[in-house]
Design a protein around this ligand. Sequence first.
Ligand code: AHR
Length: 487
Amino acid sequence: MNRITVNPDRSIGVINRNLYGHFSEHLGRCVYGGLYVGEDSPIPNVNGMRTDVVEALKAIRVPVLRWPGGCFADEYHWEDGIGPRESRKRMVNTNWGHVVEDNSFGTHEFLELCRQLGCAPYITANVGSGTVREMAEWVEYLNSPGDSTVVRRRWANGRREPWGVKYWGVGNESWGCGGNMRPEYYADEYRRYQTYCRDYPGTKLYRIACGPNTDDYEWTRVLMERAGKFMDGLSLHYYTTTGPTWEEKGTALSFTKSEYYEMLSKAARMEELVVRHGQIMDRFDPEKRIGLIVDEWGTWHQVEAGTNPGFLYQQNAMRDALVAAIHLNLFNRHCDRVAMANLAQTVNVLQSVVLTEGERMLLTPTWHVFDLFKAHQDARAVDCFVETDAVGEGEWHIDRLTASASEKDGVLTVTVANCSMDSAADLVLRAPHTGKVSGRILAGAPDAHNTFDASPVASAPFTDFVADPHGISLSLPPCSVLALTLT
Ligand code: AHR
């Protein structure tokens, strides 16, 4: 018997809605074809943004969108992407597939997309091949209400009022594709760059320093020690994959039992990373002023057969949904330090919530997890104690259940996933309620997925429980994610 005990009197903190954020890079068909088709496309759009995709993303209340990269960010020069489209500079996207980037989706288009989504923009600026002046003027272009030559260009391009963009990343993966820097060097660069990113009237910037790759704890220590007082956030990147080496990654839809548990065990590792990087941050920032910004996470499989290897297009199955549930539950539980997280990468790239093919679109199992979890946004995370057994195969084992709980406006939301590949979990949930209990569940075979012809994977109402004042008893199917709402 598994037991979950929720104690609403014990608060962990407020779940920043930005834990449910997304990331979109100029990579493959994420921006072009996925989010943006241009005004002249036969695919229904508003100012070039695909209407179906915008509606799908609004439905899960995307709170923040990171752009333009990724590795692309450190080769991106924002001035190439403003002004009349026909005269914008062309470049070759050397990071991703060597395709021509015509810069038709630039700053104004990104801010228009965020307007349509009703989300906050998060811009990653170019440190690797850019300059301090370039970043400073991008901030000025977007945020200054003054009358300068830079701002007059904004006016000339059709935007009178500043946008007031708050979230700024100073480089991306500066330890790798963003310049192969040492932490000491990057810490100094960060200090210099952030100095000239001004807080214009009405917008106090939230400055995010490039943080570690996976378990590079030394990077975190050096950054916190040397630059902590100049930052609001420190990023962390960690992808979940299977296989003995990066080159031998598994695929999205075809995997063994061992690979199923390998994937989930590796997803659960995110908790260790959040805790250990958080402990280092605590030494320098015990008040937890600086947010840990997990601005790239998700599954990374082999690309789908027959697709451009540089486009990172992969399908998405129930196993990916479990990976998402593991991450979102642990982000909720650590919301006292984790201030933002961005799934990579929204549409058609890596662990997407939406896939498109021409005019067709599908919602992935991961989209449904974000839908089930959306009530957690801005809620108060409360203590959620899980007693469960382990499930696994060979060397890969994981807790059978992952869960988190939050309270908002007197409503308790509990999200639970049964990570077992093949066995149901009998569960007693102890949580206060007045008898009004409802649920939705996402369940299916580990490789179940949606295609452009059929969408068998979708959440459904869950009524198969017995609720009495002592608890709620239920049986959770294998490979499933449940959201319960208790009043
Ligand atoms: O998301 C794909 C790539 O993964 C990003 O461009 C980079 O930041 C990371 O290595």
